[in-house]
Design a protein around this ligand. Structure first.
Ligand SMILES: Cc1ncc(COP(=O)(O)O)c(C=O)c1O
Length: 412
């Protein structure tokens, strides 16, 4: 039997293989150590959230048709969707999306500034601007991304941003990214806003006031005319987030900056800003969440455009969610609904989860909303009404809640 004597090359090769494997195993150990501290962090944080009933979980749920939902093999009626006019599965909206998908493909390919502006997006922007009575509009990847881009394009570290205390997370995120001094004014409290402007406006260059037309978790409306007046008196620019108002509550006063989303009443996906031509041109160059991200897929834009045409052509449909919400608040003895969103205040997060589970057992999907989405101690059910709900479904939910002891006693 012959033996193979090691040559200098094979020795060198073996040594280098040994070194490589040592390097690999110490890298593996290091990454093991890193991932174990990472996993420990995740575990501990989740345990803390569990202990406070604040952990969030994804639950497999099939939506549709209309307000129907299927969860764990059970049929439910959903009151947890922002598709206020039931347009996300309207055959005309689906057809418009399908046609654009077949014609233009699934994705936009690049930032619109790089790959070119898609005619479908330009058409949607023209329609949005006309709907809002503004010169121009700009579509973003989502409503959240819109606010993340708009606020820092208008305000910087020397400036002032005032936000309604119950404003949406993306308004606060935009203000934080801007580096401006950020102040909260008490919810819908115009006197407080005026006071802050009088005391603090003079120390800053530019100033922005951020509020919502319809508040996402409370369903109430901002006193917009008074806010616009207070802001203008101090040369502050008002941005109104119209995510939950478009097409379902009367617009009333218009702000210089009207932003919103394509994902709720318009049943699609994406965000937008409507404003003067100059402001939109500025955003096109300076809003980082517009410049440095891929354009909205043409199919989403085409679906939203068709939905907007339907909103304008069918005003009776637009009135229905608010009418159903008012029927519900009257039945439960709650303050009259101001929008299709009705909060049923519960208080403790655990109690809100329990009430939601009890409703689910009775065939209703009404998700519990807990801190930090809402202030501590104000966990609630957020009931959202759609034109697609029937009166019987609304009455059945009201009866179920009354049976569970919810109602006037739990009103804010
Ligand atoms: C008031 C408000 N603004 C902005 C957004 C974000 O919009 P989008 O879902 O398109 O990111 C939402 C909801 O998600 C919202 O409720």
């Amino acid at each position: 039997m012959s033996t193979v004597r090691p040559t200098s090359e094979t020795v060198a090769a073996k040594n280098s293989a040994a070194k490589n494997s040592a390097a690999k195993s110490s890298a593996a150990e290091r990454s093991g150590a890193e991932s174990s501290s990472l996993d420990a962090f995740a575990r501990e944080t989740l345990a803390d959230l569990d202990a406070r009933s604040l952990r969030r979980r994804l639950v497999d749920t099939a939506r549709g048709p209309g307000p129907a939902a299927r969860r764990g093999g059970r049929a439910l009626v959903s009151f947890s969707c922002n598709d206020y006019l039931g347009l996300s599965d309207d055959p005309r909206v689906i057809a418009a999306g399908q046609e654009a998908l077949a014609r233009y493909g699934a994705g936009a390919g690049a930032s619109r500034l790089v790959t070119g502006n898609h005619p479908v997006l330009a058409a949607l922007e023209a329609r949005l601007a006309a709907h809002k009575g503004k010169d121009a509009a700009l579509v973003f990847g989502s409503g959240y991304m819109a606010n993340l881009g708009i606020v820092p394009a208008l305000a910087g570290p020397k400036d002032l941003v005032l936000i309604d205390a119950l404003g949406h997370s993306c308004l606060f995120a935009g203000a934080q990214v801007s580096g401006a001094t950020m102040l909260r004014f008490r919810h819908n409290d115009v006197d407080h806003l005026r006071g802050l402007l009088s005391a603090r406006r003079g120390r800053h260059g530019r100033a922005l006031v951020l509020t919502e037309r319809v508040f996402s978790m409370d369903g109430d409306r901002a006193p917009l005319s008074a806010i616009l007046e207070a802001a203008a008196a101090h040369d502050a620019w008002t941005l109104v987030d119209d995510a939950h108002g478009l097409g379902v509550v009367e617009a009333g006063a218009r702000a210089p900056l009207e932003m919103g989303t394509l994902s709720k009443t318009l049943g699609s996906y994406g965000g937008y800003l409507c404003a003067s031509r100059g402001v939109i041109d500025l955003m096109t160059s300076r809003a980082r969440s517009f410049v440095y991200t891929t354009g909205l897929p043409p199919a989403s834009a085409a679906a939203a455009l068709r939905a907007l045409e339907i909103v304008e052509a069918e005003p009776e449909r637009a009135a229905r969610p608010l009418a159903l919400a008012r029927r519900f608040t009257a039945r439960l003895g709650l303050p009259e609904a101001q929008s299709p969103i009705v909060p049923v205040l519960v208080g403790a997060a655990e109690a809100a989860l329990a009430l939601s589970a009890a409703l689910e057992a009775r065939g209703f999907l009404v998700v519990a909303i807990r801190p930090p989405t809402v202030p501590a101690g104000t966990a609630r059910l957020r009931v959202a009404f759609s034109a697609a709900h029937t009166v019987d479904q609304v009455d059945a939910l009201a009866e179920a809640l009354i049976g569970l002891g919810a109602g006037a006693a739990t009103a804010p």
